[in-house]
Design a protein around this ligand. Sequence first.
Ligand code: ZN
Length: 525
Amino acid sequence: MRPLSRVHGGGGRRRRLSSGLSSESVTRAPYVGAMYSSTNSVALVGVEPRLVGVEAHVSHGSKNIVVIVGLPDTAVREARDRVLAALVSSGFRRPSGRIVVNLTPADLPKVGSAYDLPIALALLSATGEIPKGALQVVALGELTLDGTIRPARGALGAGLVGRQNGWSVLVDPVSAAEAGLVPGASVLAVRSLAHAVAVLRDLDGPAPVEQIANRDRPLVVDLSEVRGHEQARRALEIAAAGGHHLLMWGPPGTGKTMLAKSLPGILPPLTSEQELDVAQVFAAAGRPTPGRGLRPFRAPHHTATLPALVGGGSGIPSPGEISLAHHGVIFLDELGEFPANILEGLRQPLEDGHVTIARQGNTTTFPSSLQLVAATNPCPCGFHGDRKVACQCSRSAVDRYRRRLSGPLIDRFDVRVRVGRPRRSDLTGPVGEASAAVRERVQAAMKRQLARGRLNRRLGRRELDALAITDDALASLARAYDELTLSARGFDRVRRVAKTIADLEENNVVNSSHVSEALSLRGGW
Ligand SMILES: [Zn+2]
């Protein structure tokens, strides 16, 4: 316990209060002199929950004063008024005298209204309304003036901290469902302060934990809905299997968006651990958790700001789209319309699998291990190379357009495919293979890679140089290097993709057919 003398100061009284002020000896005393109690809550640092101690100390004084210390923001300081009003309207008496509420650790910023409930409970315990031992809980929630508990950010973190310490989580029913995502967490759902006190007094009658509905459900397209596009479907499967970033280019209205939306559906479902990672990011962003097992699919518009994409914002940094897409897919439609500084800002997080935001000497890290899918027109008018519509752009305009995309980000796309206009026979022809069948092959190929260590997207040059490859395949790679003026990076890309194609075939050795298919997926860049 933090020495209380640091909290309330004040000459001789300090010594008296801090000597032997164990929680036991103080709360057993009747409501005279000083009374103390404490409970627990959480703060989020990035997506990581940190334990926050909530201490309440009530001492007699001529004046009624309430002080909240421990790096509170304005919303936390205003807890004073909400808590006192909620106490009275819930039928409890307002503690008189000097009240000091301390939130520990002192150097961790406390933000928002989530500490109302634990502060009220600590006060009620200090004044003897709740038995001391009953406060071995993690409490979180905003109080309305009539004592109703409203949802607050951090329920999932409360679940993690509660499980770690063997405490129950005490939150409103909506947050209870979020906290209940943590396997093994004990969650008590309470609707009001009076209800919370009743539950803590006899640990009886908590509302049942309600299941979270699949809100924010990503619109996943089944591949059976995509007709034609044989090469693009194949490219999508290869990209999924190796975790490769995918670039699709072609005229507008050819189905690039449909193809992108079908990617989450051919990836293996999230493991429960990954599900928890995703829920943590969404909780840190103050958003409802996506449905169980679903891979996130985010599609930010090209007008989105850099903080919205990579994270940041005013106040406590919030995760951006690339973190909301963690373990899932981010789709950048009209890639060429995204400002250069934004594309540049995406590069490092994609490479590292996490993003670090520095602010006033503090750094916050959010995860960003994801698959990037982008679509672009081939030229400003969109019809360069189209079978039916003539391109209106000059040669130099087309070149300029492509050069804009030829920066370092474009190097991150291992798989690039042209998505042309589907033929009429495709649109009336047989339905394509369903996502479930493709997913099985993808899953098997991923398993092979993970058994070796990591996804092929992450293979470095040293690993690529050690690749098992036939002499034929090596010869055609060398030819491509010379004749197609493949860059060194392009050479690595082809080898990575060829390895994934071999994995899809359950072949340990890369052969020349794998290499030639990989070479066909270099796109027009
Ligand atoms: Zn054009």
